[in-house]
Design a protein around this ligand. Sequence first.
Ligand SMILES: NC(=O)c1ccc[n+]([C@@H]2O[C@H](COP(=O)([O-])OP(=O)(O)OC[C@H]3O[C@@H](n4cnc5c(N)ncnc54)[C@H](O)[C@@H]3O)[C@@H](O)[C@H]2O)c1
Length: 356
Amino acid sequence: MKKNKYKVIVTGGAGFIGGNLIRKLLQEKDWVVYNFDQMGYASDLSWIKDSEDYKLRHLFLKIDLRNKEILEKVVKEISPNLIIHLAAESHVDRSIDNPLNFIESNIIGTFNLLEASRAYWETISDIKKKLFRFIHISTDEVFGSLGLNGKFDENTKYSPRSPYSSSKASSDHLVQSWYHTYGLPTIISNCSNNFGPYQFPEKLIPLSILKGIRGESIPLYGDGLNIRDWLYVEDHVEAILLLAERGKVGKSYCIGGFGEKTNKEVQLQICNILDMVKPSKFPHADLIKNVEDRPGHDKRYAINSNLIQKELGWTPKMTFEDGLKKTIHWYLDNLEWSDSIMQKSGYSGYRIGQKK
Ligand SMILES: NC(=O)c1ccc[n+]([C@@H]2O[C@H](COP(=O)([O-])OP(=O)(O)OC[C@H]3O[C@@H](n4cnc5c(N)ncnc54)[C@H](O)[C@@H]3O)[C@@H](O)[C@H]2O)c1
């Protein structure tokens, strides 16, 4: 490997968004990618091709971000140009059942990575220091819940309402503090709900698709009128790369899909597509069943993406409808992937995140 190749550390690269990001990096850049992941229940690396080129440019390290000493050692050894931090516990329902995991991975894990990055960054040359970036991938959920009007933007006050969103909010505050106090060149993305290939089948869209394919009942929380702003994962990945290349240090950017939908609309649309591509004796929509709501279920998220649009020219390329069709076809073509990851994790699609 050439000594002066551009090196990026991606944390959480065995997860949904991290995996999509690394695939794009390997396809489109000649960078060397160091993938740090603890290999949790939602992790998967089966997509890595046997290509010799990929093997040389994708180096996986099984690292738990809760282990500060290891992090400090490997970050220094690698000497990266860029760190993109995605590793986190990511499912609100699981945060209701087991908040401690979220505090440890999302808050302590981010603290450890910031400290490891700072320890390394303070030792490098001024020019490398200036060009280094730490991109922290966060969520719109840190802003809380909207009524029927208005959208979140970069000036919205933080008001997280679940153990997941409060752990992400805490990590965002740490990242901002490391910028203001130590000068570490950080950028934060606050992105809306992602969907697309390789998402672990506990989240709304893949769970509903797989239940529909199997003819099992599709759970709809509460009245089904909670609204999310859906973004196709490849559009998020493009935005992350733009932030790394041209984002302003110390800033945060709101990233949304212009795809506001109620959960009920999402499930009905999935069922309509399944009726066309995998017809059954009865309409798939008959499988949708209202179940008890999620405790503290945020009503509505919506994003104003004007800043990233204006500053970096980013806008989502995929419509919700086209992205959903692509995603459904992907799950239909990759049923073995879902079966295998669900079996490995011990999760079969049952309800989680109810108050005991
Ligand atoms: N999925 C979304 O809709 C969405 C939207 C906005 C922001 N985000 C953020 O994007 C990031 C990635 O989300 P995702 O949907 O790909 O999640 P995911 O659950 O699919 O993947 C997360 C990965 O992080 C790893 N990880 C967790 N804790 C770790 C630790 N302590 N040490 C090392 N690795 C650890 C897991 O093993 C997993 O492979 C998260 O930070 C999430 O908060 C997600």
